[in-house]
Structure formats: C-alpha cells, structure tokens
Design a binder for this molecule. Sequence first.
Ligand code: COI
Length: 356
Amino acid sequence: MKISIGTIPDNELKEKYESEKTLEFGKYFTDRMFKTDFSNGKWENPRITKYGPLALEPSAIALQYGQTIFEGQKAYRTKDGKLNLFRPALNIKRFNNSAKRMAMPEIAPDIYFDALKTLLDLERDWAPKNVGSALYIRPTMIGTQGRLGVVPSNAYLFYIILSPVGPYFPEGFKPIKIWVSEQYIRAAPGGTGFAKTGGNYAASLLIGQEALEKGYSQVLWLDAIHKKYVEEVGAMNIFFVYNDTLYTAPLDSGTILPGLTRASVIQMAKDFGYSIKEEALSMDEIVDGIKNGSLQECFGAGTAASIAPVGCLRYQGKEHIINDFQIGDITQKIYDQLIGIQYSTIEDPYEWIVSV
Ligand code: COI
C-alpha cells in the first residue's frame, strides 16, 4: 500500500505539551492523522494529512444512526526511544469483529498496521516518556454516505488519530470509587455489547455523569436480564479476587467487551499460579464477600485505564469498602508485570510487544 504523506508547513505544527504531568487523557492530538476511504467495494486513497476537522454530509449514516466503530491502543515509549505496541494483532481482529456486527466492511490487517506504523514513525516525538503516560491510538471507522434510509452506508472513512495521554484516572494508580448501576443497563444478549461501537458508550454518558458528580469515577454495569450479575465498567473489564482466585465475567453472553488487557491479566494470573474463574458473580455475593472478608481485592483492566484498583462499590444506597481502600498485593503484582512488559523494563515472556 502506498500511503501519500502530505507536508505541513513548520508554522502550522502545534506546540507540544508543556509538561507530561498535565496530560489529561484524550485532550491533545498530534499534528497528523491517517485516512483511507471505502467506496465501490474497496479501500482507496490512503493518506496522511494534518489533523483537523472532517467534512461530512449532515445526513451521514454515522451521524444519524451511529454506524461507527473504534479501537483503543497505546504506544509505550521505552528508555531507548522505541515505541512498543501491545498485542496489536488482537486490536485489528477485534476491530474487524466490531465491523462485522455493525454491517461495515473489514479492513485488511496489513493496511491497518502499515498505516499505524507510518503514522507513529512521523509522530514519535509526541510520545510521552513517563511510565504511566503513552501515545494513545484511536483507529476509527464511520459510515459516510448521506441518506436517511436505515441501511448500511455504502461509503466509509477509516482514520487513525493519536493523543499523548497521562493516566486515565486523574488520581493515577490509586483505588477508585465505583457506582453500581441499578437502573440503567449497558448491553443485552443479542445486542452490540461486545463491539466497540459509539452507541455503547453513548448509552453510558447519563449515568456516568451522575456518578462523577457524586464522586465516583466509573459505573459498574449489571446484566440486563436479572440486573444482578456484574458485567463490566464500560472503560474497562473488572476482576474480583476471592481467596487467591480471580473472578471475571464470562464473554459468552456477547454483552461484554473482550478486553486485550482482560485476556492478558488472565494469562499472567494463571502463570503466577492463581486460579481464574470466568463465571457470573452476583452483587449479593460480592457484598457478602466484602462483609465476611473473603473478597480480598477488586480491580479494573483496560487499555486506557491500565490496571485500576477499586476501593469502593456503591450499591443499594451503601458504600462497600474493599481492602480498606488500599491497593491489594495481587493487583500490584499484575500491574507491575503488565507495566514492565509494556515499557520493556522487564522481559516479555509472552512476545506480546511489537516495537516500531
Ligand atoms: C480503551 O481502553 O482504550 C477504551 O477504548 C476505553 C475508553 C476510553 C472508551
């Protein structure tokens, strides 16, 4: 694939951020973006242009009916100046699974990967240096055809943008408080819960905002049928540790995002010798576990969020405090190993890293 690379006059290049300490998640974007169009059944005109607004029909199917998908990845800068991608083949696979569910065309893995490598190479100076900061990668596909009939678009734009980011939660690697949603649900069996599509996130905005106003960083979703079993947190999957066994919700209902970090935590935890149970766990069992002390730890896992210790669940009007609001030993061990692999400060026994 021959990518055309536009030039940006020096006086139009942005000022880089002043300090990595103030890199709010998702607020800044680099100078360039990648774009390619799908029309007449094929991807064409791959190009790197200046980052900037898109021209879209007001009737574009993405805007009217939400035919959009995206991925979340990070490039981690190592001490020797390389950029580490973490299991990028899995992002490409998940992107194409989301595309299928949303009646969108797939993208060939080599187009996606070449585009990403070329863009990262041009923008590598934007990658922050601190552990915990990264260059966040947001590949996106949208239906661009303008029409009001509810049918899949016949034209698409695939693009990649890059955002230098600090930790997703402003508090960094510290326990967070989570609001358990009793009224709203995120996804139902047969719906789009497993796909990374905008609507899943749109549905979370109202209660997410209410939770934030009350001092909770995230919302924990329960299953749609019984409103009882824990599913995920929207920006991350969630793990509960009982007596050295890690529980997380199974993926078979199709209502949960199959997280790369989730899969990696499962692998690392097994190799540390812990048992893993991908089983439905009810809020009642969780509250009992907190009360009787058998629930030792809870943490979230996601690309943006990394590993996020959870210190409090608010459910049925009460705050349930986990592990005295301290980071648990298993959470810490998994965080250290994951971060070590991602920034190449320890050996990568799994060959998860692809350096560019
Ligand atoms: C990610 O973890 O990369 C996500 O896409 C979650 C969220 C920030 C939308």
